[in-house]
Structure formats: structure tokens, C-alpha cells
Design a protein around this ligand. Structure first.
Ligand code: ZN
Length: 227
């Protein structure tokens, strides 16, 4: 199954420039392992970066050049021949070898190990378990495991949050998020995820600032949750 929710343009550009904070970079890399669409966009962004570097040696890029380059990122990979080749190779690989449900994305192995089953969860609230990565420069990196059919507190974000679903699913105002999907959120998004029935929703989340809860109850809960 292909992801339906992707990295936003700013994240793709920062990733390509090697400018994402470590925690965000880990989650973006995990999504890229499973998303031919975003791998194609990174490939385009790297070409844009190469062009910009060439222009830096000459004259500075004009705003409309930059806008045209950013518009390229929103084009389907089919319009970029090299990206199409990359995507179709990945598609072929996906068909031959579907992702092993127990195996975490390779980008997560240094932080959490390779196996979903072997994870040692710690309960932090009713229905919510977490594993924090060790110290991660400039942010938080954690795995969350939320019981099926749970409604999380309504919250927005003081900074950026990048979350990738590893198993299970949830729904919020932005849609349905299943395995491989990423929620690439900034401080403007107010959301209240509700996990799907059936299996727990397991996701990896990177934040660069504390979450901002809007209800008094959730605000009081926040220190306990440690977000
Ligand atoms: Zn994607």
C-alpha cells in the first residue's frame, strides 16, 4: 500500500539540503524508505539545489526562478524522467517484497532497534505507551502506541511535528492516516486524532517544540504525558 499523506515542500527542501534537525531527519528518512512519490520529489529538490549552487557562483536566483523551482516539487514524479525511473524501481521492489509488519524502517534502527515486537513500551497514560529515543539534538524523537478507538486531547503545536504511522491508523481533520503516511504539521494545525478500531496505532514522532494543548484538562495532562 502506498502512502497518501506526504512530506511538505519545506521538509523535502530541508531534507535535500541536509538542514533538517536530527529527529525530523529520522522520521523523514523512514517515510522516504516507503514512499516512491517523496523519493522522486527529493530527487527533483537535489537537482534544484545543484542549480542554485551554480547560480550562486554567478548571480543570485530571482524570486520567480525560485517559485518555478518550488512548483517543480508539486509535479507528479512522472514529469521528471529520472524520478520516474527511481519510482518504478521502488514500485517493483514493493511488489516483490511487501514491507514486513514487524520490521521497523531502517532509519529507526539506531534509535529503536529493528523489530516492532521487541519494543519495550512504557505506559504514560491510559491507552498510551511511549518509547523515547535517547538524547536527540534540537528536538524529541519518540515512538507512540495508542490503543484502538482512542481520542487524543485536542492540540496544536508550538513548532513543527512530523509523525509517521508504522501500524494501525487514525483519523483527524486532515483525513485518514495509515501505515507509511506522514503528518507534517506546523503551529497552525489544531487536531484531535482518533485511532481506528482493531489494532493499536503505532507511530514515530519528531517534534522541535512542545505541543500546545487548547483545553485546560489537556494542559494539566501535558506535564504527565511529557510532550
Ligand atoms: Zn511521501
Amino acid at each position: 500500500m502506498r502512502p497518501n499523506h506526504h512530506l511538505d515542500d519545506a521538509t523535502v527542501l530541508s531534507y535535500s539540503a541536509g538542514a533538517l534537525p536530527t529527529a525530523m531527519n529520522v522520521v523523514a528518512s523512514a517515510h522516504l524508505e516507503r514512499c516512491p512519490h517523496c523519493r522522486g520529489r527529493v530527487h527533483v529538490a537535489e537537482r534544484i539545489g545543484g542549480t542554485l549552487m551554480q547560480q550562486q557562483r554567478g548571480e543570485a536566483p530571482r524570486q520567480d526562478d525560485r517559485d518555478a523551482m518550488l512548483a517543480l516539487l508539486d509535479r507528479e514524479p512522472e514529469t521528471a524522467p529520472a524520478a520516474t525511473a527511481l519510482a518504478s524501481r521502488a514500485d517493483a521492489a514493493d511488489v516483490v517484497e511487501p514491507p514486513d509488519r514487524d520490521r521497523l524502517p531502517t532509519a529507526l534502527h539506531p534509535w529503536f532497534g529493528p523489530s516492532m515486537r521487541a519494543l519495550k513500551w512504557r505506559r504514560i497514560a491510559p491507552g498510551v505507551q511511549r518509547i523515547r529515543a535517547g538524547s536527540v539534538a534540537g528536538g524529541e524523537l519518540m515512538l507512540l502506541r495508542i490503543a484502538p478507538g482512542s481520542r487524543l486531547p485536542l492540540h496544536s503545536h508550538g513548532g513543527t511535528e512530523l509523525t509517521m504511522i508504522l501500524d494501525g491508523a487514525y483519523d483527524d481533520v486532515l483525513g485518514h492516516f495509515g501505515p507509511g503516511d506522514v503528518a507534517d504539521l506546523d503551529g497552525q494545525t489544531l487536531h484531535q486524532p482518533v485511532t481506528a478500531p482493531g489494532v493499536p496505532c503505532v507511530c514515530v514522532a519528531a517534534t522541535d517544540a512542545p505541543l500546545v494543548f487548547s483545553g485546560w484538562f489537556a494542559r494539566r495532562l501535558q506535564p504527565l504525558l511529557g510532550f
